[in-house]
Design a protein around this ligand. Sequence first.
Ligand code: PNW
Length: 493
Amino acid sequence: MRSCLILLMAFVPIFTFAQDEFLYGTFPDGFMWGAATAAYQVEGGWDADGKGESIWDRMVHSDPGSILNQDTGDIAADSYHKYAEDVAALKETGVDFYRFSLSWSRLLPTGRVDVVNEAGVAFYNALIDALLANGVQPMVTLYHWDLPQPLEDQGGWLNETLIVPAFAEYAAFAFEAFGDRVKLWLTLNEPWVQAVMGYGNGGNAPRVVGSGITDYLSGLNQLKAHAEAWHVYNEQFRPTQAGQCAITLDVVWMEPKTQLALDIEAAERSLQFKLGWFAHPIFSLEGDYPASMKEAVARHSAEEGYPESRLPEMGEEWRLRILGTSDFFGLNHYTTSLVEHSVWPGTGTSFDRDQDTTQSADPAWPESSLGWLKVVPWGFRKALNWIKSEYGDVPVWITENGYADLGELQDLDRISFYRAYIDEVLKAVVLDGCNVVGYTAWSILDNFEWTQGYSQKFGLYQVDFNDPSRPRTRKESAIAYAQIISDNGFPQP
Ligand code: PNW
């Protein structure tokens, strides 16, 4: 009874506070503010000092047409040489932490621990030490999509007997090398994107095409590899290093296009196919994939004549081994979709067909320069509430959120984006009781936006990619974000 009342009280404000009304207020003391990058997107030095080849190096070199303007990450923002300037930008912004990723191939050129590139170890030691010397805590992602090519040559994320132990060994290597100073670890960045685009529709490296089959297989292997890495940390390193280890998942908020029961159900199913696929096995009470996803893939598989579901079974042992393997919930969020129920015409096998949905955008939503990134701040609050209702009060670190434009220094639209999205996080925390403990802006500086190359800018600092010295210039948004950080939110004016 009492808990019902508390629940009621917690949810009442959702209905009493107008959706787009600005909430003044500050975050709880100790709320953590950060900014992020990923190795391949900023480092450059793609073959410097003994670094091995990754699947992104291979893709941009062997198939230059796959990247807009044939851009590559060969030099990128040259953070391999200019990391001290990145640290200065982070310090100037006043962040508490910097989320960056390790390039697996810079540390272990073959992907395995028997060959160590000491120059790579020295680079990350220097970066970590510079951060700490400037009062910025490192948050390290082990894997942000740049698999060592030699591992891909043996099947990569589709080869369970290779990749699961290889990732666990690599994780142990990184914990051992850097865990005395790094207390916040993320295993995988957005396994959904790696699965669906890397091993499904062929949009990202390693460009494997097999939608509805290989995406699911790589997804399960990523879950297993993540779990093994977490167990390594938990058993071998946590006792002495006392840090935290988690996974980062991406969510698009799925809003039903109409209030028809079928569309409401379709939006819920889409959330399960997007976030639940990876979150349910780790953060729910019982583990395993979401029931609606298992049901949908099994039904489509049967209709298509497959002898069994294309969604590979986790099995009892793995269900238990994966369950609970994240010390917090890392969340990347950018945008919202409208979802309606729709049975796809024709035949074939695909991840999208499995969902019986169609996604669209409301034409009234403001756009960014990236087609998929519509500005829908209220979706953020709904997503955070959904996570709370699905998985309880697990601490949530927002590990990415940001806005794409074409690169102007007076980036007023980016400022509006950050203010509005961060305000929705504030509402989730203050009005709804969501346990969000940190927020990360993507990105501290302009970088290589994957297949969009350098055409799309997410930075708080501009990088001039036409200048060999890659100078950084502070944008207006960096000043605005620094103000939000120093105010710890939006105090009443
Ligand atoms: C993230 N979506 O990917 C990545 O982690 C970053 O490396 C990337 O630069 C950033 O977002 C901006 O794209 C996403 O379709 C890709 O919603 C696509 C989506 C979300 C995140």
